[in-house]
Design a protein around this ligand. Structure first.
Ligand SMILES: C[S@@+](CC[C@H](N)C(=O)[O-])C[C@H]1O[C@@H](n2cnc3c(N)ncnc32)[C@H](O)[C@@H]1O
Length: 376
């Protein structure tokens, strides 16, 4: 096995969330939320002898999957298509003063679509958890990315008008007739009318939002009385319940500290669950019937439960497909522009991610769905 490259000095390894499996206890700040979860127990499948003996040589590092206000609502102008090019990747236009960390190109979009796929498997083919009425008329997807969720919801609610918004106009042109996309910076004051949407959906906005209370308060304002707002977020660090992520693992020395340090440096959280930012936002905004569902999202196909094993295969696929996209800006911010060691560190991480199962490493990230109703 190759030696691990000397990763830049890192803060201490993260503390794992409660090792208990579903249903997980509600955090203190979420007193008003009902905690629900029907996730199967996340335990590792026993290793086969073959897996245990498997040699880790990292030689197939290139294959996709190893073994195992200012006004916010603008019409699209040409300047929005002037993506910033950084080290061969493109990022949202400088028209927005946001500094979102991930690219907006095809490679990143493929990872977003894989993510949508595993989250849909996680929810048993449902697109959301909130009890949205079938006669919903207006649905908003904030930070829609490739628009894949909005398009699927448009199919499910053919009589509803579905709007997806994002910093980047990367959504397809040919979409169901009831779906449309707009360029919008959701961190600016929303220009939507109050009491406008039956359902507002926000997913995977970690690393994008400096003020979660403000975001959720705007969603509350723009939601119709009796309508629902749902937020799904993921904490970027990986943890394990069986101490299989060792202190000298690249997950502990590079991956986890990267997100903690980045959060501190840019003042935008990549640890939305740990900081209970959704919980606080829903409570502060005034939602009722607030529900919280926590899920352990395995990284790698090591879980005993077949559905969780499948999800784990996809999570690792989404990561490996675009490790550069997820990490190059964070690396430059945390360690300094062009600090040596990036390529080696990412190559090592890629090899580790591809061999988690055979090496008996059982990481997961935690996702939280919160949804609440605006009172009548
Ligand atoms: C990880 S992707 C998630 C995409 C989509 N919500 C999903 O779950 O498939 C995050 C998206 O948020 C968008 N985003 C980041 N900052 C934003 C902002 N201030 N306003 C609107 N969208 C933003 C990014 O451009 C990106 O498309």
């Amino acid at each position: 096995m190759a030696d691990q490259p000397a990763a830049p000095s890192a803060p201490s390894a993260p503390s794992a969330p409660s090792p208990s499996v579903s249903p997980q206890p509600a955090p203190a700040a979420a007193a008003a939320a009902t905690v629900v979860s029907n996730q199967p127990q996340l335990v590792a499948a026993p290793q086969t002898e073959e897996e245990a003996e498997e040699d880790f040589d990292g030689s197939d590092a290139d294959s996709a999957l190893g073994d195992d206000l200012a006004s916010s609502t603008n019409s699209i102008t040409s300047s929005i298509y002037e993506y910033r090019a950084i080290k061969g990747r493109t990022y949202h236009s400088e028209k927005h003063d946001s500094k979102y960390f991930a690219p907006n190109d095809e490679q990143q979009m493929a990872s977003q679509d894989i993510t949508h796929h595993y989250l849909t498997i996680l929810l048993e083919d449902k697109l959301f958890l909130a009890p949205v009425k079938e006669d919903a008329e207006k649905i908003l997807d904030v930070g829609t990315g490739t628009g894949i969720w909005a398009i699927d919801v448009g199919d499910q609610f053919p009589n509803a008008e579905v709007t997806g918004t994002d910093l980047s106009p990367t959504q397809p042109v040919w979409v169901p007739p009831n779906v449309r996309f707009e360029i919008d910076d959701c961190t600016k004051e929303w220009t939507w009318a109050s009491d406008n949407f039956d359902f507002i959906h926000m997913r995977y906005l970690f690393g994008a939002i400096a003020d979660w209370d403000a975001l959720i308060a705007q969603a509350y304002r723009c939601c119709k009385p009796g309508g629902w707002v749902q937020s799904c977020e993921l904490d970027c660090i990986m943890v394990s319940d069986d101490d299989s992520i060792k202190e000298d693992s690249i997950i502990s020395t590079f991956w986890n500290p990267l997100w903690r340090e980045l959060s501190k440096k840019i003042g935008i959280s990549f640890m939305v669950l740990e900081e209970k930012l959704q919980n606080k936002g829903f409570e502060a905004a005034g939602f009722v019937d607030v529900h919280e569902a926590n899920y352990k999202i395995p990284i790698g196909g090591w879980a005993q439960d077949p559905k969780l094993a499948e999800i784990g295969e996809y999570t690792v696929m989404a990561m490996i497909n675009d490790l550069d996209g997820y990490t190059i800006i964070p690396w430059n911010i945390v360690h300094g522009e062009d600090t040596p060691g990036y390529r080696e560190t990412i190559a090592f991480l890629r090899r580790e991610l591809k061999t988690l199962k055979s090496r008996g490493i059982h990481p997961y990230m935690t996702a939280r769905y919160m949804y609440g109703r605006k009172p009548l």
